[in-house]
Design a protein around this ligand. Structure first.
Ligand code: R5P
Length: 299
């Protein structure tokens, strides 16, 4: 039987692409809020003995997680063979240690919450900084698709003489791979973060790449502070205005305006989060990871 995919609200477009790529069946999920703000969830398709996947990207996670947990538990209760989660953007990956006494290490707690609700997880480029793999915190099979080939293809098709730039040491993993794939050189900047919106960036001398167009690459663009400060620093070195490319366009309020005010005209992200900047489709890469899990026998 074909796998059955349900889109949580806002995930319809990505879910439709995934359903096509997998040759799966689209399920119908009804969702609404009661007047008091509580969630109503109803699975209108029969999940009995089916492989089920819930598609729910997890930006603004606090607004989404309860409905997702209710849908997952309901599918299991109604006899689904397995219930997986496709979260193209996986939230709560950045607080991966206790930086100050008493802080919650939310990446671990969030992983425990999701692992208790679903049988497997597929995401795209999770923010793995101090952890090497999702398996260190997720207790269910968890796979990550890579957006790097799609980003590199976009750069090859859209930017002449690119210079790929990672704004901080953490971004080197993406910058190096994407640059190799786009046949471009790359450089990595040094970032010091002092607060949520307080970032300082230093760069090595970039004169040798004059005449190239910088493409700033990061996994997440949230407040856009990292990209904005990096873009200003590049123009301070006499480089033309950079292209900003991110895997996950979280784009907190004011982020795009801040980038434009810094002189950035081209901002591109993947469709892990549907935004006006989402010009790069990664659903095929996600479908491959989902298929590899569905091909594994359930234990
Ligand atoms: C940092 O650890 C990430 O890789 C990104 O650089 C960061 O999340 C970007 O955040 P913002 O857009 O708020 O500077």
């Amino acid at each position: 039987m074909k796998p059955l995919l349900f889109a949580l609200p806002g995930n319809e477009a990505f879910c439709a692409r995934l359903t096509d790529a997998l040759g799966a069946e689209a399920g119908t999920l009804e969702y609404r809020r009661f007047p008091d703000g509580e969630s109503y969830v109803r699975l209108r398709s029969d999940v009995g003995a089916r492989e089920v996947a819930l598609v729910c990207t997890l930006n603004s996670p606090n607004d989404k997680v309860l409905a997702l947990l209710f849908a997952a538990r309901t599918a299991k209760e109604l006899g689904a063979a397995r219930v997986g989660l496709v979260a193209p953007y996986l939230a709560y990956m950045r607080q991966d240690r206790r930086f100050h006494d008493g802080e919650a290490v939310t990446s671990v707690h969030f992983a425990a919450l999701l692992s208790a609700a679903v049988d497997w997880l597929v995401t795209v480029d999770p923010h793995l900084h101090r952890r090497r793999s999702l398996g260190e915190i997720y207790s269910v099979p968890a796979k990550a698709a890579s957006a790097a080939p799609a980003l590199a293809a976009w750069i090859r098709a859209n930017v002449e003489r690119p210079l790929v730039i990672g704004p901080d040491a953490e971004s080197e993993q993406w910058a190096a791979e994407i640059a190799a794939d786009a046949e471009a050189p790359y450089a990595v900047l040094t970032k010091t973060r002092r607060g949520d919106r307080d970032v300082e960036i230093q760069a090595p001398p970039l004169e040798r790449w004059r005449g190239r167009r910088a493409v700033l690459i990061d996994d997440i663009i949230s407040s856009a502070r990292t990209m904005t400060v990096a873009a200003r620093m590049l123009s301070g070195q006499g480089m033309p205005e950079p292209v900003c490319a991110g895997v996950h366009g979280v784009l907190a309020p004011g982020a795009l305006d801040a980038l434009r005010a810094a002189g950035v005209r081209r901002i591109v992200t993947t469709n892990t989060i549907a935004q006006e900047t989402s010009a790069i489709d990664v659903s095929a890469a996600v479908a491959r990871e989902v298929q590899s899990i569905l091909d594994e026998p359930s234990s």
